[in-house]
Design a protein around this ligand. Structure first.
Ligand code: HEM
Length: 446
């Protein structure tokens, strides 16, 4: 991951970060912090980059909150003036004021990878809203629950194929294969592993291109992302065209997958052509690619490190397992019962999640802190908030919990590198991908 990739990601990645650009309006009141000068640009960018490499990006925020303001400070990243809103009030402000006091800004790479007719930022903001409406409509819980049994059986097959046959596995690459295959299957009924691997490669290039330097020359990350985007959109358009024909000729079920659901729901998609739909599906595949596999990897890491947490997750999942007949699949009701397991979620959004004022002893992995309803509003925001809250949350929740249900009942595991470092580039990941030793549990958990 290149230096500029990291910084670009920072600018648009999570909801804590919003960017307002001071388009020459020197009279407006600016928050405290470093002003823009060549020296400041170099120092701020380098510091953020190296703290990420060291696995402590939160220090960048904490230091500036201490030095400038615990509410909002300004800094400069990628040649842009950036205001960083902090704490629960900062989150509340961001989530409540989009399109009023704040506008989302996208890096110029986006317009080349996700081309639309107009290149104006306003047009992209409009597309962003459409994406959220589109994704929320496809990924609503009522639809997802009808595919839960498919998720469950695919996850079981994945464990049979890649985990049961090995004593040692590396979690991150396997989690990526699993979550992307689930997406391809549930969204598009694509099952062929080699084709899925090819699509995954292209999606990876797109994700890397969005957060790369805006340089479109042969072989540059942006150039490769543009080519990958063209490839994916062409494939998806052909698939959508064929699916429309198959639905019209009643050759396939209208509930076959999320694509069919989408195509028959004309009230939402009526005005969208095939290119639009292909582009939105591609965005969903990109948005849903990294986060669930990263979350699964960190869950595996913490469960290996904390046997008491593993024990509680196992107990919860065994209870659910006991209530089911042999071979009976999980239901949406079962997912709702997995309360403790859902609290075992991965920890980011530094100015609140790592802030002892909101969460005492924040470095300690303690899922019990999320029991009940006692945290400060706007402090815990793993899926963002406001109008741009993650539309994939229920889908991600289902796939992560179904995975946990299956994995803890089959295995215990230990880390092969107890001190494996975490690096943020900018998504956190164990540097070796979390290799683990599996120990099969002796019970009928399949
Ligand atoms: C653990 C898993 C996940 C986490 C933690 C997560 C988190 C987030 C966050 C924080 C945002 C808001 C970003 C912003 O404000 O700019 C977001 C947006 C989004 N997420 Fe997720 N996400 C996850 C899984 C997924 C999955 C599985 C999908 C799709 C299947 C998905 C689809 C999207 C889309 C389409 C957006 C853009 C919404 C918009 O721009 O309005 N996410 N996600």
């Amino acid at each position: 991951m290149e230096f500029y990739q990291l910084l670009l990601t920072l600018l648009f990645s999570i909801s804590l970060w919003f960017l307002f650009r001071n388009k020459g309006k020197t009279s407006c009141k600016l928050p405290p912090g470093k002003t823009r000068s060549t020296w400041t640009i170099i120092c701020e960018n380098l510091e953020f980059y190296f703290l990420g490499r060291m696995g402590i990006p939160e220090k960048f925020i904490e230091d500036r909150m201490r030095k400038h303001s615990s509410q909002v400070f300004k800094t400069t990243l990628l040649g842009e003036n950036v205001a960083v809103f902090c704490g629960a009030p900062g989150n509340k402000f961001l989530f409540s004021n989009e399109n009023k006091l704040l506008q989302v800004w996208w890096p110029s790479t986006s317009s080349q990878i996700f081309p639309i007719e107009s290149c104006l930022q306003e047009a992209y903001q409009e597309e962003g809203k459409k994406l959220n409406t589109f994704a929320s409509a496809i990924l609503k819980p009522e639809t997802i629950q009808t595919y839960l049994h498919v998720m469950d059986s695919m996850i079981k097959q994945h464990l049979d194929m890649y985990w049961d046959t090995n004593e040692k596995v590396t979690v991150l690459p396997l989690a990526k294969i699993l979550t992307f295959s689930l997406g391809c299957n549930l969204f598009l009924s694509i099952e062929e592993p080699l084709y899925i691997a090819k699509l995954a490669e292209k999606i990876k290039l797109i994700a890397a291109g969005i957060i790369s330097a805006p340089v479109n020359i042969l072989g540059s990350p942006l150039n490769r992302a543009i080519k990958a985007s063209k490839f994916i959109r062409k494939e998806l358009q052909a698939l959508i065209k064929q699916r429309k024909i198959d639905i019209a000729e009643k050759k396939v079920s209208t509930t076959q997958d999320l694509l069919s659901h989408m195509l028959i729901a004309t009230e939402v998609y009526g005005s969208m052509n095939e290119a639009d739909i292909a582009s939105k599906i591609m965005s969903i595949l990109v948005a849903g690619f990294d986060a669930p596999s990263t979350t699964i990897t960190f869950i595996m890491k913490y469960l290996a490190e904390l046997p008491d947490v593993y024990g509680k997750v196992l107990q919860e999942q065994m209870e659910i397992g006991k209530s089911k007949g042999s071979g009976e699949s999980l239901t949406w009701k079962d997912i709702q019962k997995m309360r403790y397991s859902w609290n075992v979620l991965f920890w980011n959004a530094f100015s609140t999640h790592k802030n002892p004022n909101y969460f005492p002893d924040p470095e300690k992995f303690n899922p019990s802190r999320f029991e009940g309803d006692r945290h400060v509003p706007y402090a815990f925001i793993p899926f963002g908030g406001g109008t741009r809250m993650c539309p994939g949350m229920q889908y991600a929740r289902a796939e992560i919990l179904v995975f946990m249900y299956n994995v803890v009942r089959r295995f215990k595991w230990t880390k092969l590198y107890p001190d494996e470092k975490i690096r943020f580039d900018p998504i956190p990941r164990p540097v070796r991908g979390l290799p683990i030793q599996l120990i099969a549990r002796k019970n009928d958990s399949k």
